[in-house]
Design a binder for this molecule. Sequence first.
Ligand SMILES: [Zn+2]
Length: 414
Amino acid sequence: MRRHRAALALLTAVLLPLGACVLLVPQARVPPQPQAVAAVAPTDLGVATALHGQAAERVIAQVRGSTPMTQVAADVLSGTGRVTALRLVNQALAADASDTAAPAVTDLGQVVLQPDGSAVVVLGVGTSGDGSASGPVVRLPSATVLPLLTATGVRLRELAMTRASSTAIVTASATPTPAPTAQAPAPTPAAQPTTPAATTPPAAVAAPAAPAAPDCAVAPCIALTFDDGPGTYTAALLDALAAKGAPATFFLVGRNIAKYPEVVAREVAEGHAVGNHTWDHAWLTKISPEDVGSQLDQTSAAIQAAAGVSTTLVRPPYGASDEASLAVLASRGDAAICWSVDTEDWKNRDAAVTTQRALEGAAPGAIILMHDIHESTLAAIPGIIDGLRAAGYTLVTVPQLLGTTTPGQVYRHG
Ligand SMILES: [Zn+2]
């Protein structure tokens, strides 16, 4: 253990100065592994999302309800985050073992989220019966680890930080992702890629904890919604939402999806909800019922192709619907989701004004309308999230706010 502590101190000293820039600098020694990144296809992310969503709620319920935090299993690292983490770990080990050939780590073992926002990667899966780690460790500084996390990881990290006396011990699931190294993997007694699944009792995730979806009948909930994307700023918006651990709902314009399919996959993969905003932002009241159906069908197909999910949420462009268009929605099982707060971000293009309108309009059950195609809206988001939370609101997706919706009905708030 002493050797490991010394190694940790050394690795921390090595990694800390690197933290902010290491992700930006191409590494000559460890070349990028495009095949590893490419292995995470949008369709895979979509499938993973369904698992993430259910597992995530159970995990978060368990962490919230347990004192001290117990060992739980969750995918805290995104697919690309895991690849990056493996690369950083291998770099750190190589730097530490400069006198010998560094073994290639192929599995991250446990990722332990720390109260200071950093994460400790416990390699070698050498957990003892009480859950304490005994394998080599590599610390990833707070700023380094945050972009690597799934939405679940972000929320668990926040829980670890708010409960500073405890640490969420989270095991990254075993991954077939190859180690990002050109070296032939050397055998290492500590790292056995096949064992991590056994270190975390499956019961940790399968525990009969109630789903932790926010209860909007008790908590004052608000849904942030973003229309007209995906667009230039949507990926950055997802980063901002992830940094805050905030869920949102995106109403997508079908013709934009082909330009940003990976962004739509990310929206779903990171726990956000997606809905249908027609193919080309059509007035549903000015086109035939057949065209309404076609607009919605094309967009649904594009969402399905990009993210592997279907949706029954339709946001009529301009909030415009009539009896005929709502009949089409009803026949498809879709509900019309309008809003109770219009930030008019498309008109003011001013982060301060958008923020003010969002916060002044806040009320329990509110649905706040914004657009992820404006840079000013992106700039407003951190302040809006902080302001709503400071006022006691819980941010949720539209499905979480409304529950099961009635086909053909118009919703403006929860
Ligand atoms: Zn729109």
